[in-house]
Design a binder for this molecule. Structure first.
Ligand code: S3P
Length: 189
């Protein structure tokens, strides 16, 4: 099914380990759009890793930088954007997509145990300060769920490969917007 023409951006959200970066890359390739991973962009602009920003400047400073980077990137069209798992904690980011319009926000959903397992199984030295803070992990996950669930499209990813998730996203967007004159008419809280 073709992507509805009013959709000019796809924004992937969900907790750490949801597959936002892997799926985002595949999706952009399928659409011949640009893929941007917000965490990578933040690291490039700050000249240090996300973990170093948390350690040196604190989480609040990271969230402020994250919100600015997302706003700066989001004017682009033909864009697939992978948000960091905590980006929707910032209210201005939650309302940004409605302001911009033409944007479909997709929540990649999976149970917390699966997400943690996936993060731990990832190769390479990806440091995740929020994952390391195990005492707060469940509370964080639960407090973010309503923001994730406000997305236009929710996809259960547990039993799917990244390629299947990318295909399902395109199908779901086509169905979701089939009867909409414009994406702007679909509010996202
Ligand atoms: C965070 C998730 C990370 C990154 C940062 C904070 C979070 O992104 O933005 O470490 O608060 O959940 P991923 O979801 O891509 O791992």
């Amino acid at each position: 099914m073709p992507l509805p023409s009013q959709i000019r951006r796809i924004v992937l959200t969900g907790f750490m380990g949801a597959g936002k970066s892997t799926v985002g890359d595949l999706l952009a390739e399928k659409l011949a759009w640009t893929f941007v991973d917000v965490d990578k962009e933040i690291e490039a602009r700050a000249g240090m890793t996300v973990a170093a920003i948390f350690a040196k400047r604190g989480e609040q400073a990271f969230r402020a930088l994250e919100a600015t980077v997302i706003r700066n990137l989001s004017e682009r069209e033909e864009l697939v954007l992978a948000l960091g798992g905590g980006a929707l904690e910032t209210e201005s980011t939650r309302t940004l997509w409605n302001e911009l319009g033409s944007t479909c926000v997709v929540f990649l959903d999976a149970p917390l145990e699966v997400l943690v397992e996936r993060c731990l199984a990832q190769p390479g030295p990806v440091e995740r300060p929020v994952l390391a803070d195990r005492d707060r992990l469940l509370r964080r996950f639960e407090s973010r769920l309503p923001h994730y669930r406000a997305a236009h499209v929710t996809l259960a990813t547990q039993a799917l490969s990244p390629a299947e998730v990318a295909d399902r996203i395109l199908d779901s967007i086509a169905k979701r917007f089939a009867n909409e004159a414009a994406a702007e008419s679909v509010p996202l809280r």
